[in-house]
Structure formats: C-alpha cells, structure tokens
Design a protein around this ligand. Sequence first.
Ligand SMILES: C[S@@+](CC[C@H](N)C(=O)[O-])C[C@H]1O[C@@H](n2cnc3c(N)ncnc32)[C@H](O)[C@@H]1O
Length: 339
Amino acid sequence: MSATFLYALCRSGSEPALKRDVAVRLGGQLTPAFMRPQLITWKALDGAETSLFDSGFALVAGRTVGKATTVGEVVSLVQAAGITPQRLQVLPREAPEEGVSEETWGRVSTLGRELAEALAVPHGGRASPGETVLDIIVGTVAEPWLVGVRNHRDGAFPDVEELLRVALPEAAPSRAWLKMEQALRWLGKDSALAGATVLELGSAPGGGSLCLLDHGATVYGVDTGAMDPRVLAYPTFHHLRVSAGDLQREMVPRQVDVLASDMNLEPRVVCQYAEKFASRLRPAGLILTLKLNTPQVEASLPTIIDRVRRWAPGPVDVRQLPANRREITLVSWAENDRR
Ligand SMILES: C[S@@+](CC[C@H](N)C(=O)[O-])C[C@H]1O[C@@H](n2cnc3c(N)ncnc32)[C@H](O)[C@@H]1O
C-alpha cells in the first residue's frame, strides 16, 4: 500500500502555527513532508488515524491524491484513486494579504471551468457537510498542481475560494470589514442579518460595524475610540462610548441576536467579557476575534475554547480566516436559530 500524505493551506505567515497545532493534535502519527509558502504536507506514519486531520489554522486540510500538470492527469488520478467528487475547489496556493493577482485568478477560473466539465462536478459554491470535495492547489506557473480530497465537515470553510475573492471596499474604515464579511460567509449568515441586533465590543473605527450595517443589522458598538463618520451616519448604528468593563445593562437593548468582539485584549479576557454578556443577553450567535500575540497565548487557546464551549449558544468552531493577522476567529451559533 502506498503512503498517505496530507496537506493543509494556511494564511501567509501562519505556517509555524499550523505546524505546531498539527503536532499537538497528531504528533507521533505524522511527519512533515514538503513545505511551500502557505502549503504544508505531512506523511502519515503506519497506523496513523488521519480521518479527522484538520487544524484551526488550515484554510483547507485533506489527503493528497497526487500531482498533475494537465486536466487529463487530474482525471486519471481521480479515477485511479476511486474518488467520486461532488464539488471542486481550485485554490491559489499563495493568497497574499493585498489579494491574489488577476493573473492567478484567471488561471484558477480557466482550470475550474475545464475540470468541472471533464469531471462533471460543480466548481465552487458552498459545500454541505459530508460532501466529497476535490481540491486543486495552484502555485506558480511552473509548479504542478497538488490534487487533494477531503470530506467537508461542519466548522470547515464551505467555500475557501469565495472567502479569498472577497475584496475590501474602498469605503471600509478598517480591514476588520473583511474579517466580519468572511466570518459571516463562513457561518452562512451573510444573507441572514436583516433586522438582527448586534453588540460589537471593540468596534472602532468601524469596518466590522459597517459590514454588519450593510447586511441590514442594527449595531451597538462599544469602544472608547472614535467611530468613523460613515458608520455614525447610519441611523441603525449606536455608539456606546465606554469600555466593555463599564457597559451598563440599561445601555444595551433587551434583545441582542449576535455578540461580536474585536477587542485587542488577551483572549482569556475577551472570553470572560463574552461569557458575562452572553449569560445576560443570550445571543444566538457569537463572533469573537482572538488576538494571538505570543506563543504562550496560542498555547493557552485550547483551554480557553473548552471553557467557551460550556456557555456558547451552539457548537464552537475556531478557525483562522484569510483576513486574520495574528489572530483567530471563534464562532458559535445556536442550532435552533433559523435566521
Ligand atoms: C482591532 S481594533 C477594533 C477594530 C474594529 N472592530 C473595526 O471594525 O474597525 C480593537 C479595538 O478594541 C478596543 N478595545 C480595547 N479594549 C477595550 C475594552 N475594554 N472595551 C471596549 N473596547 C476595547 C480598542 O479601543 C480598539 O478600538
């Protein structure tokens, strides 16, 4: 039997965090194989249990099928491996913070079209849990494509290409707009916020709030910092110019549907605030950006997340969004919320 290789893509600069996280989860069962910017592969050792291979630092994670340079080679690999993909994702290996180049997106689109036709599977779109997704990872022009397969699970990004294609609007007061938009799309809630009330801790200058407002939410932004005038111009925005510690019950509406935080405080402290407000307000959704400023904070994350699981409105998922920097996003949504 040939060896099993696994792969994961991550945001630029998160390769060490991804490696560390996989070593903690599956240490002793995997050994790192080749590595390129934003792509790491591992060889599974004999007897390794790899079916749940994943990481919060992975944009995608799966099992390598092989390498190919033509559409015909991809089709042969897929057939030889006995895979029946239900969806196809073609992903640029490198997605720099300033965005993927038009030239690379052009190659991704052409390849996606050709492969979708040759394999008779849809290219892109949001995967449902249980779907078999074929990943084609496209690097430089000279580099063969990495062909991989994975079973889409709850908590993974349903459409990574979609997240990578989201562009920061010129009107956005901060990059936090991108984080909020990507988090909503990950949750599948980007079309579900009309009429919702969101309490955002750490809202200034207002990229995240603007994103929520444009999705039709009413936003209460908590921050001692100034909000951008474009955000203040929305009648559905309310600035609570206090720190989270000074927020009084009567300042906040009775019904809060989503609690968000982007405060630049230690994750442990952010989660303490979130627990306090969530226990009072019972939001259906939770979107917390947790800053990972030191390796110690990164190492403490599993303990913090376990604690959040005790009070969160639903299953807790933690993943680094393409737009995150030294941070990771925790989301939770009540399963009975049909929003
Ligand atoms: C990364 S910025 C937030 C960006 C913002 N979400 C946006 O969309 O533009 C972090 C913010 O957290 C705020 N912050 C830090 N500690 C806070 C606290 N205890 N209560 C409220 N806000 C806090 C800071 O004032 C700062 O504006």
